[in-house]
Design a protein around this ligand. Structure first.
Ligand code: KG4
Ligand code: ZN
Length: 356
C-alpha cells in the first residue's frame, strides 16, 4: 500500500508518502517548520500556525507527491492527523485530506497524532507488539503501553507541564530564545549541575505520573534570589534543571519497565522514545542507562522521525488499513483525543489533563 500522510497539529506543516507494510519505505518526507513565525512571540501562536498551514499545505503536498514520484493513481489512501493538537491547524490538515480523498476517490484515514508517534518504531525498527513508549515533546509527556494497533494504555503522564514545555518556559525565564530545549541543553554544557539543588517532583510517590511545573517554579525562585543573573548562573541553572528532568525520566523509565515485565512476563522488554525532547543528549544517555540496567532494549528512531512529521502519520494509516477496513469521512477534527479514553475520563477534561 502507498499512503499520503499529512500532519498539521502544531507548528510543522508536513506531507509524506510511505509504502508498506512489508517494504516499509519512506518515498518522501517533506516538512516546513514555522519556528520563524513564532519566535518573536516566544511560543506557538495558534492563529498564526493555522494561517501558515493554509498558506503552504497544498505546495507541501505537491512537493511530497513529486519527490515520491507518485500520481494520484499510485496512492491507495490519504491519512491525516485528526487530533489532538491546535484545532485550527488540525482542521486545515484534515479537511484538506478529506477534500483530496473525496476528489481522487481514495480512502480517508483520520490518525491520532499520538498513534503516529506510538507506531513510528515499527516503521524504522520492525518492532513487534507489545512495547513501551515514552513520548516526550512540547505538548505531551507520557508512558504508553503499546499492545497493538488501536490498543494503547497510558501508564503515566505529566500532571501539569509537558517536558518540552518546561524546557521552553525555563528558557524564557532565563532569557534564552524559543524553542528553549536546544538552548537550555547548550547552556547546560557549560554549567555546574551541583550548584543548585532542584526537586525531583512526584518521585516520592508510586506510579508513573510526573510533574514539571514545580521544578520550573523552584528554578525561578533560585534565579530571583540572584538577580541580575550572570551567564554562569544561567548555565548552572540549566544544568541543574536538565539533570533533574533526566533523573525523573530515568527513575520513571525503570518503574515502567518493571510494570511491563509484570504485565508481559514472557516478552523481552523494549522501550521506545519519541518526541523533540529525545534530541537531548543527557536525557538520551539517562534513558539508555536506565534501559540497560533493567535489561531492556532501547529504541530511538532517527530524530527527523521522532519529532513531528507526516511519515509517521502515513505509516499509522498503513497500520490501520492492515488492521481492517477504514472510512473516516465522517470523523471530525478534535483538539483532545486521548489514545485510551478510559484513563482520560479519570483525569477529567481540564485544560491540561486529557491532552497531556
Ligand atoms: O516533538 P516536537 O518537535 O514537537 C511537539 O511538541 O510536538 O518537540 C518540540 C519540543 C520543544 O518543547 C523543544 O524545546 C523540545 O522539544 N526540544 C528539546 C530539545 N530539542 C527540542 N528539549 C530538550 N533538549 C533538546 N535538545
Ligand atoms: Zn508530536
Amino acid at each position: 500500500m502507498t499512503v499520503l500522510g499529512i500532519e498539521t497539529s502544531c507548528d510543522e506543516t508536513a506531507a509524506a508518502v510511505v509504502r508498506g507494510p512489508q517494504a516499509r519505505k519512506i518515498l518522501s518526507n517533506t516538512i516546513r517548520s514555522q519556528i520563524d513565525e513564532h519566535t518573536e512571540f516566544g511560543g506557538v501562536v495558534p492563529e498564526i500556525a493555522a494561517r501558515a498551514h493554509i498558506e503552504i499545505l497544498d505546495r507541501i503536498v505537491a512537493e511530497a507527491m513529486r519527490e515520491a514520484d507518485c500520481g494520484w493513481d499510485d496512492i491507495d489512501a490519504v491519512a491525516a492527523t485528526a487530533g489532538p493538537g491546535l484545532i485550527g491547524g488540525v482542521i486545515v490538515g484534515f479537511m484538506t485530506a478529506k477534500a483530496i480523498a473525496m476528489a481522487a476517490g481514495k480512502t480517508l484515514i483520520g490518525v491520532n497524532h499520538l498513534e503516529g508517534h506510538a507506531l513510528t518504531a515499527r516503521l524504522t525498527d520492525d518492532l513487534d507488539f507489545p512495547f513501551l513508549l515514552l513520548l516526550v515533546s512540547g505538548g505531551h509527556s507520557q508512558f504508553l503501553l503499546v499492545r497493538g494497533v488501536g490498543d494503547y494504555e497510558r501508564l503515566g503522564t505529566t500532571i501539569d507541564d509537558a517536558i518540552g514545555e518546561a524546557f521552553d518556559k525555563t528558557a524564557k525565564l532565563l532569557g534564552l530564545p524559543y524553542p528553549g530545549g536546544p538552548h537550555v541543553e547548550k547552556m547546560a554544557l557549560k554549567g555546574d549541575a551541583g550548584r543548585f539543588r532542584l526537586p525531583r517532583p512526584l518521585l516520592d510517590r508510586p506510579g508513573l505520573d510526573m510533574s514539571f511545573a514545580g521544578l520550573k517554579t523552584a528554578l525561578r525562585t533560585q534565579a530571583k534570589k540572584l538577580e541580575p543573573v550572570d551567564d554562569q548562573t544561567v548555565a548552572d541553572l540549566c544544568a541543574a534543571f536538565q539533570l533533574a528532568v533526566a533523573d525523573v525520566l530515568a527513575a520513571r523509565t525503570k518503574s515502567a519497565l518493571d510494570l511491563f515485565r509484570a504485565r508481559h512476563p514472557g516478552t523481552a522488554p523494549v522501550i521506545v522514545v519519541a518526541g523533540g525532547v529525545a534530541a537531548n543528549q543527557q536525557i538520551r544517555k539517562a534513558l539508555t542507562a536506565a534501559a540497560e540496567d533493567a535489561g531492556a532494549r532501547f529504541v530511538a528512531p532517527p530524530m527527523r522521525l521522532c519529532t513531528d512529521n507526516a511519515a509517521m502519520i502515513a505509516w499509522a494509516g498503513i497500520e490501520r488499513l492492515c488492521a481492517g477496513p477504514v472510512d473516516d469521512m465522517h470523523l471530525s477534527p478534535r483538539p483532545r483525543w486521548p489514545l485510551d479514553s478510559e484513563r482520560a475520563g479519570k483525569l477529567g477534561a481540564g485544560k491540561k489533563g486529557a491532552k497531556v
